[in-house]
Design a protein around this ligand. Structure first.
Ligand code: TEU
Ligand code: CA
Length: 575
């Protein structure tokens, strides 16, 4: 099928916005919806097609809005429902589409549904959440119904003193899991969280933790992988449960009425077959998903922060990339390409180098080329387009705000009895992998607060990166050799050569090469070669048969055969 006949979202580029950190219009130190509206021309100038806004719903913000207390209201510091209506119209008038984050595996503990549910065992909404009695040991000690560990550490069960039962929270204590087995819950979710916004004209949803709605109904203990710990990693028991595909189809029936685009977040589903069950067109469930293979590279299995720095190799990155690209090879499925989002450290710091300005810029451009030449719907996270990097190594722990980071650090402090060496290791892991890095204020200019908040305003809710004087939108917009200019060029090229880059099939070359990642993208019209140097030193690379014509290099024009440090090149192959 040619590109023109395909669904609009396949050839789209989505720009992800984290409302708290994008643009503060009124100087309270917190980004807001009017701030987003004020930067829509900038967003449109990038050449993207869709914006995705992370949760802007009313919330007590225990997990930055992924704990929704009212789906039909906007968190007041971000603005109002009217501001959202203005934003939707302002997007559409620029030819941009807008999708929202749909967070319905759980609500906030402050949502009225949960307030009612916890009010008594006989509440009509008791069954809207997952309540279970305690277990009692021989000595009469009370313990949770099973050993599941929450994604943010600690037990996934919280004891409710008033009604003497535990409720399930796969994320933080303030995020009780909804009981999707209950039909009324599903209908309430469709009406309040989905149709309320679809009727206002949003074009679809990014669906949070999409595979956790159906849990293994036995609620059995997870296998012991951390001996000596009360809690165990339990993804295999709470992801992809027996009714999940029934729920997906039911949800899709609602979304289909609005022709909405959907992208589901799909942790713990590493096989092609598992992914296809959600995204095969014939299944009518989701349009595409975010798989975790690439962004999980090098993370600890037991706790993600329990790892060595840069604990991954290039051949591993190649393998997971190929696995992700396999879906475009003869299936009726579709998926995404991304290496950053609000849950990940910055890609330049993880997969490139932020050691010197030269290496940083070179690797940011090379990574742009990497992403823009992979098949799928493309997602770019705010600040990625200017090559923003992780917070500096010398920032202290109190600059880290995310519950995932603070829970981990506090756990290490407690378990190690404040041991300085262990705390230092934990800090290093945070500096490498914390979600906080993606949440630093967007760097608009060299001015105070990185131009995120007006100069005279309150301190931004997270400290602006010290390097904002060097890395910022204003400086890069007027520089044709900047990371930003290169991203724009690559996004244009991606569309121009969509049959290769968006829709083509992927063929890995030189699988074992530890420094150069090279591959072919093929279409009916022929092939292109992509060669990416993932190292700090020049590298040779193997050339396939055929006459190569350089289409673009991420480095300054060079006659040399070798790739420069972190250089990427694309060649068309003439026969
Ligand atoms: O994330 C779900 C998820 O499984 C991970 O990305 C998780 O945040 C990470 O592994 C923790 O280290 C989604 C949202 O993207 C995230 O921001 C929320 O915190 C989470 O759901 C709960 O709603
Ligand atoms: Ca504000």
């Amino acid at each position: 099928m040619s590109a023109v006949q395909e669904k609009w979202w396949k050839n789209s580029i989505v720009y992800q916005i984290y409302p708290a950190s994008f643009k503060d219009s009124n100087g309270d130190g917190i980004g807001d919806v009017p701030g987003i509206i004020s930067q829509l021309d900038y967003i449109a100038s990038l050449g993207v097609d869709v914006i995705w806004i992370c949760p802007m719903y009313d919330s007590p913000q225990h997990d930055m809005g992924y704990d929704v207390s009212d789906y039909e209201k906007v968190y007041p510091p971000y603005g109002t429902v009217e501001d959202m209506e203005t934003l939707i119209a302002a997007c559409h008038s620029r030819g941009l589409r807008i999708i929202l984050d749909l967070v319905v595996n759980h609500t906030s503990h402050e949502h009225k549904w949960f307030q009612e549910s916890r009010s008594s065992k006989t509440s009509p909404k008791r069954d809207w959440y997952i309540w279970k009695p305690a277990k009692y040991g021989a000595n009469g000690n009370r313990s949770p119904p099973n050993n599941w560990r929450s994604v943010f550490g600690g037990s996934a069960w919280e004891w409710d003193e008033a009604t003497q039962e535990y409720y399930l929270h796969l994320f933080c204590v303030e995020q009780p899991d909804l009981n999707w087995e209950n039909t009324e819950v599903r209908q309430a979710v469709y009406t309040s969280a989905m149709e309320f916004w679809l009727k206002k004209g949003v074009d679809g949803f990014r669906v949070d933790t999409v595979n956790m709605y159906s849990k293994d109904p036995a609620y059995a203990d997870a296998p012991i992988t951390s001996p000596g710990s009360d809690t165990q990693v339990a993804f295999s028991l709470f992801c992809n449960g027996p009714r999940i595909h029934e729920y997906m189809r039911e949800m899709n029936d609602v979304l289909a009425k609005y022709d909405a685009m959907t992208v589901g977040e799909l942790p713990s589903t590493p096989t092609l077959e598992g992914v296809l069950r959600y995204v095969s067109a014939a299944e009518k469930q989701l349009n595409m998903v975010f798989s975790f293979d690439t962004v999980d590279l090098g993370m600890g299995k037991d706790y993600k922060f329990l790892t060595k720095l840069r604990n991954w190799t290039l051949p591993e990155l190649k393998t997971v990339t190929r696995r992700g690209q396999d879906i475009f090879n003869g299936t009726d499925g579709w998926t995404t390409v991304f290496i950053e989002n609000h849950d990940q450290a910055r890609s330049v710091s993880r997969f490139g180098s932020d050691k010197t300005p030269e290496l940083r810029e070179a690797s940011a451009k090379m990574l742009a080329m990497f992403q823009c030449t992979l098949s799928g719907t493309q997602f770019v996270y705010q600040g990625q387009e200017i090559g923003m990097v992780n917070a500096p190594e010398d920032w202290a722990f109190d600059e880290y705000k995310d519950i995932d980071s603070t829970n981990y650090y506090h756990m290490v402090r407690e378990m190690s009895n404040n041991d300085p060496a262990q705390l230092e290791t934990a800090m290093q892991a945070l500096q490498h992998l914390a979600r906080d890095h993606a949440r630093l204020p967007m760097q608009w200019s060299a001015e105070a607060n990185a131009g995120f908040s007006p100069e005279s305003s309150a301190k931004p809710w997270m400290r602006a990166h010290d390097n904002h004087t060097e890395i910022n939108v204003r400086a890069q917009e007027s520089d044709s050799s900047s990371v930003l200019s290169f991203w724009k060029k690559m996004m244009r090229l991606r569309k121009e050569y969509a049959e290769f880059f968006v829709f083509g099939t992927f063929e890995l070359l030189d699988e074992q090469h530890g420094e150069v990642f090279s591959y072919l993208k093929r279409s009916k019209e022929g092939s292109v070669l992509v060669a990416l140097n993932f190292s700090e030193v020049p590298q040779d690379f193997e050339k396939p048969v055929g006459e190569l014509k350089l289409l673009v290099s991420s480095a300054e024009e060079s006659e040399r055969a070798e790739l420069k440090p972190f250089e990427g090149r694309i060649y068309t192959i003439l026969n």
